[in-house]
Design a protein around this ligand. Structure first.
Ligand SMILES: *Cc1c(COP(=O)(O)O)cnc(C)c1O
Length: 388
C-alpha cells in the first residue's frame, strides 16, 4: 500500500532529540526552541516568531491578542480546517463564511468587502496547499475597514506571495508542524507576530499569563501573574526534531517540487481533455508544494477513482467538508449563501500521496492507475461535453 503520507526523519532529527534528552532541559524555551525561532525569523523574514504546541494553539493565541469578544464577526473561508474557526468561536466570535476562488481554492477576495459590518473585527485567511491568497487586495480591504488580518499559514511555511513569506504579511500568522505538514515534529506550531504591538502580550499569554519571558531576559527580577494565558510552549524534545527538519527545508522543497512536477506532467494530458483539473499556481506565488490535488468533474467520478486507487494499493484522500454545512457550522450559516465553489470543490477534490520518500517509480505507478480509470470514463462517455 502506498500511504498518503509517511513522516520520517531525513536529517539530524534523531541526533538532536538525543542531545535534548541528554541535556537535562526537556520543557520549552531551551536551546532548540531558540534555534528554531531564530531559523524562522532569519530565513523567512518573520519579525518575531514564538514556537507553540500546535497551529491550533497559535490561532487561539492570535484570537486572545486581538481581544476578540462575543459578537465580534470574523470573515473566513468555509473551505478550511476547523481550527481556523474554532479559535475565535471559543471566545464568542462569529464566523462570516466567504466562498473560495475556483483557481487557488483560497478565500475569494472579491467577496470579502460586502460582508463587512460594524461588528467585523478581522479577516482570517488560509493559504491552501501553500499557495498564497491575494494578499495585496486583502490587506487593502482590511486597512480601509480597520480590520486585523490573521494568516492561517499552517500549510504555507517557506511559500511566498510576491517577495513576502506567507505568515509574515498580516498582523499575525500561524504555522503548523503537525506530521502532515512539509516540516514537522509530530505536533507543533508557531505564531508569527508582524504587528509589533502584540509582541509583549504574546509572550505573556504563551507563558500562562506570567511575565516569565521578561524575567528570563532579566528585564524584571521576579515573575508573576500579570494577564490571562495558557500553556503554549513546545517541548525541547519536539523542538529538537523540528530543528533537524528546518535545516533540511531547501532539500524538502526541492524534492516536493520534483514530485509535484512529475504528477503535473504525467496528468496534464487528462486536464487538456477536460477529464480533471490540476492545481493552479498564480504568477505572483512561490509555493512550497504542500499538496498535489486533482479536481474531477463530478463527485461520483471522484469517489470511483478514489476507490479504484485504493483497490490498487494507493491511498488518495478527500479534504475539507465545508464548515458552513457541517453540524457545528450550521449554527451560524442560516444567513449564509450557498458558497457554490466551496461545495463543489469539497465534493470533487482528491489528494494524492505526497511525502519526501515517495519514489519516482511509485509515482509512475500512481499516474498509470489514474490514466487507466480516465480511459474507462471516456469509453463510457460520462464526460462528453462537460465543461469545467
Ligand atoms: C494542519 C492545519 C491546522 C492545524 O494545525 P495543528 O498544528 O495540527 O494544530 C490548522 N489550519 C490549517 C489550514 C491546517 O492545515
Amino acid at each position: 500500500m502506498i500511504p498518503f503520507n509517511d513522516p520520517q526523519p531525513i536529517g539530524k532529527e534523531n541526533d538532536y532529540i538525543l542531545m535534548a534528552t541528554n541535556s537535562g532541559k526537556l520543557s520549552g524555551d531551551g536551546p532548540f526552541t531558540e534555534r528554531c525561532k531564530l531559523f524562522i525569523e532569519n530565513n523567512f523574514n518573520a519579525n518575531h516568531a514564538l514556537l507553540t504546541t500546535s497551529c491550533t494553539h497559535a490561532l487561539e493565541m492570535a484570537v486572545l491578542l486581538l481581544d476578540i469578544r462575543p459578537g465580534d464577526e470574523i470573515i473566513v473561508p468555509s473551505y478550511t480546517f476547523t481550527s481556523t474557526v474554532n479559535a475565535f468561536i471559543l471566545q464568542g466570535g462569529i464566523p462570516i463564511f466567504v466562498d473560495i476562488r475556483k483557481d487557488t481554492l483560497n478565500i475569494d477576495e472579491s467577496k470579502i468587502e460586502e460582508k463587512v459590518t460594524s461588528r467585523t473585527k478581522a479577516i482570517f485567511v488560509m493559504h491552501y496547499a501553500g499557495v498564497a491568497c491575494e494578499m495585496d487586495r486583502i490587506i487593502e480591504i482590511a486597512h480601509r475597514n480597520n480590520l486585523y488580518v490573521v494568516e492561517d499559514a499552517a500549510q504555507a511555511l517557506t511559500a511566498k506571495y510576491k517577495d513576502q513569506y506567507l505568515g509574515t504579511i498580516g498582523d499575525l500568522g500561524t504555522y503548523s508542524f503537525h506530521e502532515t505538514k512539509n516540516y514537522f515534529c509530530g505536533e507543533g506550531g508557531a505564531l508569527v507576530i508582524n504587528n509589533e504591538k502584540f509582541i509583549k502580550r504574546a509572550e505573556i499569554i504563551r507563558e500562562k499569563g506570567t511575565n516569565r519571558t521578561s524575567f528570563l531576559k532579566k528585564e524584571v527580577d521576579k515573575y508573576s501573574w500579570v494577564d490571562i494565558g495558557s500553556s503554549y510552549l513546545l517541548s525541547e524534545i519536539l523542538a529538537a526534531f523540528l530543528y533537524g527538519q528546518l535545516e533540511m527545508w531547501k532539500e524538502i522543497n526541492k524534492n516536493r517540487k520534483r514530485i509535484f512536477e512529475i504528477y503535473y506532467n504525467g496528468l496534464e494530458h487528462l486536464q487538456r481533455r477536460k477529464m480533471l483539473r490540476l492545481p493552479t499556481i498564480p504568477k505572483n506565488c512561490t509555493p512550497n508544494y504542500h499538496m498535489f490535488y486533482i479536481i474531477f468533474n463530478t463527485e461520483v467520478e471522484r469517489n470511483q477513482i478514489m476507490t479504484y486507487l485504493r483497490q490498487h494499493g494507493i491511498t488518495a484522500v478527500t479534504h475539507y467538508t465545508p464548515l458552513h454545512l457541517s453540524q457545528m457550522g450550521q449554527r451560524w450559516s442560516a444567513d449564509t449563501e450557498q458558497l457554490l465553489i466551496t461545495k463543489q470543490t469539497s465534493n470533487t477534490l482528491l489528494r494524492l500521496p505526497m511525502y519526501y520518500s515517495l519514489s519516482a517509480s511509485q509515482q509512475e505507478y500512481i499516474i498509470q492507475v489514474i490514466c487507466n480509470i480516465a480511459n474507462v470514463f471516456t469509453t463510457n462517455s460520462t464526460l462528453a461535453g462537460r465543461i469545467l
